[in-house]
Design a protein around this ligand. Structure first.
Ligand SMILES: Cc1cc2nc3c(=O)[nH]c(=O)nc-3n(C[C@H](O)[C@H](O)[C@H](O)COP(=O)(O)OP(=O)(O)OC[C@H]3O[C@@H](n4cnc5c(N)ncnc54)[C@H](O)[C@@H]3O)c2cc1C
Length: 330
């Protein structure tokens, strides 16, 4: 019986594992992919938008070559952190069910079954990429993730989306010689409010430069009508349909967490600005199900700093309850 099982080894889960070890708890962290899986899937060579103090688990340890780390530097930091602190993390093991028989939890994975007094969901929000729900979206040339540019040099690439990920992908592609079109709602392109998820100014500025150099085209979107083998049918903002020749499409319009396991335990959810989120106590991070905690990207904390801070502040609560002999049933 573990004191704590942590589901997910992103920044939230890794921090929680470290803090649990420091607090002397028996713990296990289970990750379905690789350590820092979400960061692993960032575009190759991306410079992240956060500064080091917003990404570090222990201040002063992340030392990028420039002001902000690249994907590779950040990933290497989290991986080294896990190895150096000998954190108990199983990778490539997926949690499929969490059950609560009576006074504890059973965590079932594709490889085994574990028991715990408390469970922390640190599952991120990458499980369900949002879809356009249009004909042709299942063609092999349509991607819901952008990894790297070189396969698309001299290809006709269309990116659909109005947030930073779409902006970054368009920039990578335009800069490296793809025939790039960003299909974006005018309101998103003109949005300059970081709280409303605008394209960051250090991405927007070079995008403007690419536009001036004619290496990038903007398409102010009404909607996507259909994706076909050699082209794509779009409706412009005036409601007219246009056909663009096309080789590859990136649909980068956000993603949602998989809340199925939490909901089947009876955890309540609500609709926040960025979609459905679990209901939880913002000081203890406990849900309405005693012993079930949440932290990170699928809560109201969308960024790494919030994920790390949440994990740091919830472990002392778990430890205190364990000392008082509280279990999931009491
Ligand atoms: C391209 C890109 C760039 C970004 N840049 C920044 C940035 O500069 N700064 C910033 O603050 N944020 C950035 N973000 C957002 C950032 O990645 C998230 O805020 C961060 O990853 C949240 O950490 P987390 O631990 O909550 O979730 P995640 O890092 O998503 O970790 C959750 C983990 O849970 C695992 N998991 C899920 N379900 C299961 C299951 N059933 N069983 C086992 N494991 C499971 C997943 O595989 C994943 O590894 C960026 C996001 C993207 C996509």
């Amino acid at each position: 019986m573990f004191d704590l099982i942590i589901i997910g080894a992103g920044p939230a889960g890794i921090t929680a594992a470290y803090e649990a070890k420091q607090a002397g708890l028996s713990y296990l962290c289970i990750e379905k992919g690789l350590l820092g899986n979400t960061v692993y899937y960032y575009p190759v060579g991306l410079t992240v938008f956060s500064t080091t103090n917003e990404l570090e688990i222990i201040p002063g340890e992340l030392k990028p070559a420039r002001e902000k780390p690249t994907r590779e530097e950040l990933l290497s930091y989290y991986v080294r952190f896990v190895l150096e602190h000998e954190l108990n993390i199983h990778t490539e093991e997926m949690v499929t069910t969490v059950e609560k028989p009576v006074d504890h939890f059973e965590v079932i994975t594709n490889k085994g079954k574990y028991e715990a007094s408390n469970v922390l969901f640190a599952i991120g929000a990458m499980d369900h990429p949002r879809k356009l729900n249009v004909p042709g979206e299942d063609l092999p040339k349509v991607h819901d993730m952008f990894r790297e540019t070189y396969s698309w040099v001299k290809k006709r690439a269309l990116i659909v989306g109005g947030g930073n990920s779409a902006g970054e992908a368009a920039l990578f592609l335009a800069e490296e010689g793809a025939d790039t079109t960003l299909a974006v709602f005018r309101s998103d392109w003109e949005n300059e409010d970081p709280k409303q998820g605008c394209i960051k100014y250090w991405v927007k500025q070079p995008l403007q430069d690419e536009l001036k150099k004619h290496c990038l085209k903007l398409f102010f979107l009404g909607k996507v009508i259909e994706i076909r083998d050699d082209d794509i049918v779009l409706e412009n903002e005036a409601g007219e349909s246009e056909i663009l020749p096309n080789d590859v499409v990136f649909v980068l319009i956000g993603s949602d967490a998989d809340l199925t396991m939490l909901k089947s335990l009876g955890a309540r959810t609500e609709h926040g600005k960025a979609g459905e989120v679990p209901v939880y106590n913002t000081e203890t991070f406990e849900t309405n199900i005693k012993g079930i905690y949440v932290a990170g990207h699928f809560t109201h904390q969308r960024h790494i700093k919030g994920a790390i801070d949440a994990a740091k502040s919830l472990i002392p609560t778990v430890a205190k309850k364990l000392r008082r002999g509280e279990t999931a049933a009491k």
